[in-house]
Design a protein around this ligand. Sequence first.
Ligand SMILES: [Zn+2]
Length: 176
Amino acid sequence: MIFDDTISGEFILKVLNSFDGLTEWVSEFLKNYNIEVQADKNYTLHFCAQLINQLREKSGPLTIYKIGVETAKLYKFPLNLELNKNPHNIFSLFNQAYELNFKTHHDVQFYFYEYVNDKALIFKSQTPFSCEFEKGFFYGIFDFYFNITDYQIEHSPLWACRNLGCNYCNYIISWK
Ligand SMILES: [Zn+2]
């Protein structure tokens, strides 16, 4: 079961505590929802997805976007990002990157990458996370690792969206 994949509480806590001014709000939120995250325990993908959905309901898409940005900064990637300044190299390795961050016992097939041209790619995601989270994640990658500010993420088609009950979101990602 993909929902049984786990990630460390330490990682979740680092993400939740990393963005300015929200730390107190988040700990209050966790208390209100009776959610306890401990650094030395592991948490399932299902737990993470629920946590993100609850935060989205309570605080809106911007919070989820910020969580995505912070997650990208802490996420492990299977390549030396100092040497690989090309977004194609990172987007084509998302399934492998997932395996570095989550403990998993199945073949990871959440992400589908397609080369369009030197400066564009198509990316489809089937994780249980929302696209606001993922857009933040992509922003984190472009900003933090590649220092590229002129880029576009087009959610296309719009109807293929997990927020609308579809099981994936599809993006056209391009940069200058
Ligand atoms: Zn979507």
